[in-house]
Design a protein around this ligand. Structure first.
Ligand code: DHB
Ligand code: FE
Length: 284
């Protein structure tokens, strides 16, 4: 019987990757952020998931502005990180889980979603940085990756409700999977930040704290804002909260917050890490 054990939600700022490469985890600038991963490491060490389903946004690496799917799901045997210009390099490959990828694709299409299916896919810092944070140091990643990319980059963006419902459809697919894997979901990006234009540097701690307060106990509260309102509230990249909303949708059991960390800023971003436990036994 497979089981969705919980969710890890984290910012994916590329500079975190450089800090890891330079061993700066205890540096005063970085420590408050990296310390937020202690409970995540304990949880992952204890639970030992086999699969990570990662909701993230591609930043112009695998998809560019000329072809931008609203939703795309990886179905490759392996994924590799490539650097789209941040000067970071993560050579460890990410093994895929093709059979489960296809099962998810089949099920979400039955639920009226139309994802692009990617049998070859590169992943950027939005997958690589969270993986380095979650599983530091090991020679090989102990989980198989299923990447699910959501367009948070080029308008029109999907609504928060659409992303939540995609997550729910993925959750149902995981529930109906006839395997025995332990599955963790990841939502990456956010919280509030804007990297360009007149509002570059925009951070909105009130909105961030609203999201953090409600993620576990009342995720539907995050659906009240129109996606353009989220851009206004959280910044043009803060809308990456859509990835968190989708990942939260995939948790369908009794959800409990085990840890939450908020630290402003890391680079230009209000950085946050949340760990949610999902207690439900998936039927086989
Ligand atoms: C930063 C944050 C991001 O989410 C990203 O994709 C790139 C850069 C930053 O704050 O530097
Ligand atoms: Fe980003």
């Amino acid at each position: 019987m497979s089981e969705v054990i919980g969710g890890v939600f984290t910012s994916h700022v590329p500079a975190i990757g450089s800090a890891i490469a330079r061993g700066l985890q205890q540096d005063p600038y970085w420590k408050p952020f990296f310390d937020g991963f202690d409970p995540v490491h304990e949880f992952l060490h204890r639970e030992k998931p086999d699969v990570a389903v990662v909701f993230y946004n591609d930043h112009g690496l695998n998809f560019f502005l000329d072809k931008m799917p609203t939703f795309a799901i990886g179905a490759a045997t392996e994924y590799r990180h490539e650097d789209e210009g941040w000067g970071i390099s993560f050579p460890r490959p990410y093994p895929g889980h093709q059979a489960l990828s296809w099962h998810i694709i089949e099920e979400v299409v039955k639920s009226d979603f139309d994802p692009v299916t990617c049998q070859a896919m590169t992943v950027d810092h939005a997958v690589a940085v969270p993986f380095e944070l979650a599983w530091p140091g090991a020679e090989e990643f102990p989980v198989k990756l299923i990447p699910i990319a959501i367009n948070t980059v080029q308008h029109p963006l999907p609504s928060a409700r659409r992303c939540y419902n995609l997550g729910k459809a993925v959750g149902r697919a995981l529930e109906s999977w006839q395997g025995d894997e332990k599955i963790v979901v990841l939502g990456t990006g956010g919280l509030s930040h804007q990297l360009e234009g007149g509002r570059a540097g925009h951070i909105n701690s009130d909105y961030d704290r609203f999201c953090l307060r409600n993620l576990a106990r009342d995720p539907e509260a995050l659906l009240q804002h129109d996606v353009l309102d989220i851009v206004e509230l959280a910044g043009s990249q803060g809308v990456e909260i859509l990835n968190w909303i989708a990942a939260r949708g995939a948790l369908h059991g009794s959800v409990r917050e085990l840890a939450s960390n908020y630290h402003v800023p890391i680079s230009n971003t209000a950085a946050a890490t949340v760990l949610l436990e999902n207690r439900v036994t998936v039927s086989a």
